[in-house]
Design a protein around this ligand. Structure first.
Ligand SMILES: *Cc1c(COP(=O)(O)O)cnc(C)c1O
Length: 407
């Protein structure tokens, strides 16, 4: 964690006209001195070059008065992970250039992180990306996003489980032969991914007049929520945050004082949130302290059945199509307002495009899922991956046989 959190003036977000303007102003306070101000600006503008719309569901139906959806899925891989991955890639590239170093980023992935990192880091000078995913264990859309050919990115389809992939990466980091190899990770505890995730909280508050809204965050590893807490610590006066979890309910149970131990994860419809041991939990508790964490954050757990029901209800009332993760958030937001009586506006973070989950959307709503141009384009793109056996030795063989950066 950084030692000091820069305080921001309200006008920073209320007067920002464009999302990348806000990004430049805020991130310069964090990294401008180290990277240089013009360098920071150039990198941030390149990373954050997509729309961040705020949709008012209350305009469509009185039942959802005061409920807004902040769409974080207009980046190239259609999930909020693009914000962190794209920004971090460009900051890392700038630092490596300055130091004349190269780096290999190793990522084990079962979902949105892998494609966001692959896309975000592709073509960055001095950075090679090696991505591991479990062959046959990700959805068709996810796989298409992962194996699209990208400069500087190598994809290993591991004949095993996600845990095998993760173990290969962990073993590589502590392997003596690879110690001087320049390996790095890009997982969700990396602060370089968290910083850009505070921007859209400020952005949404700036689009709404009057007092700052509450925020409802579909959560797994709690990295997205941590971005909100950083925005709060910088001066955003949100009355509260809501953590919407699926059946992986460690955090809501913890806040309620009913549980202290992490759990094994269980599979749900909102699979990017299937996390039994949230990796940002300790950081959150460290930032806020236990009491303040309980005061500021309200959490709830939503079953798959109620996720589908909320998806249907929102669609029937407002015509809005939400992905399963966003539906967990919408259900959590409705419960929060009902159970706490807070009637200030609430902004639900929409973490992924519904087109990434065509089966769930069509089964639940009986319609063809909306199309996303970024996915359609992938259909004709060449793919490239190599199938490998699980175990460190096959990863090492790959790393050492092609130690030059691939073009
Ligand atoms: C990663 C992800 C989440 C969970 O975010 P955390 O930062 O891990 O809490 C929610 N929804 C989608 C679509 C994701 O990809």
């Amino acid at each position: 964690m950084p030692e000091r959190i820069p305080r921001l003036d309200r006008s920073t977000w209320s007067e920002a006209r464009r999302f990348d303007d806000l990004g430049v102003t805020v991130l310069d306070r964090w990294v401008g001195e180290e990277l240089g101000h013009s360098e920071t600006e150039e990198r941030v503008r390149k990373a954050l070059d997509f729309e961040v719309p705020l949709v008012d569901l209350g305009e469509r139906s009185e039942l959802y008065a005061g409920v807004h959806v902040l769409e974080l899925f207009h980046g190239p891989t259609l999930s909020f992970k693009d914000f962190g991955a794209r920004t971090m890639a460009r900051f890392m590239e700038a630092l490596l250039e300055e130091r004349g170093e190269t780096l290999t980023v190793l990522v084990a992935t079962s979902g949105d992180t892998g494609s966001a990192v692959a896309d975000g880091f592709a073509g960055q000078e001095n950075i090679r990306v090696v991505l591991l995913y479990p062959l046959g264990k990700v959805s068709e859309v996810q796989e298409r996003q992962l194996i699209a050919q990208r400069p500087g990115v190598e994809v290993l389809a591991v004949e095993g489980t996600f845990d095998d992939c993760q173990k290969m990466v962990k073993d590589a980091f502590v392997d003596e032969e690879l110690a001087d190899y320049g390996l790095s990770s890009a997982n969700s505890i990396n602060v370089g991914r968290l910083l850009p995730q505070m921007l859209y909280y400020l952005w949404a508050a700036g689009r709404l007049s009057g007092s700052d809204p509450s925020f409802c965050v579909p959560s797994g590893n709690l990295g997205n929520l941590t971005g909100g807490v950083l925005a709060h610590a910088s001066g955003l006066d949100a009355p509260g945050f809501v953590a919407g979890h699926n059946a992986n309910d460690f955090f809501p149970e913890y806040l309620a004082g009913r549980r202290d131990e992490f759990q094994p994860s269980v599979r749900t419809l909102s699979n990017a949130m299937d996390v039994g041991a949230p990796s940002n939990f300790e950081r959150l508790e460290h930032m806020l302290g236990r009491e303040e964490m309980r005061r500021l954050i309200w959490a709830t757990s939503v079953t798959d059945a109620l996720t589908r029901r909320r998806m249907r209800e929102v669609y029937e009332e407002t015509g809005y199509v939400a992905c399963p993760h966003t539906s967990v958030g919408l259900e959590a937001a409705v419960r929060y307002r009902r159970d706490t009586g807070v009637d200030r506006p609430v902004v639900v973070l929409s973490t992924a495009h519904p087109a990434k989950f065509p089966d769930t959307v069509s089964e639940t709503l009986g319609i063809d899922p909306p199309r996303a141009a970024a996915l359609e384009r992938l259909r004709d793109r060449p793919t490239r991956f190599r199938t490998v056996e699980p175990g460190l030795s096959s990863l090492k063989r790959h790393l050492l046989s092609r130690s030059e950066l691939s073009g």
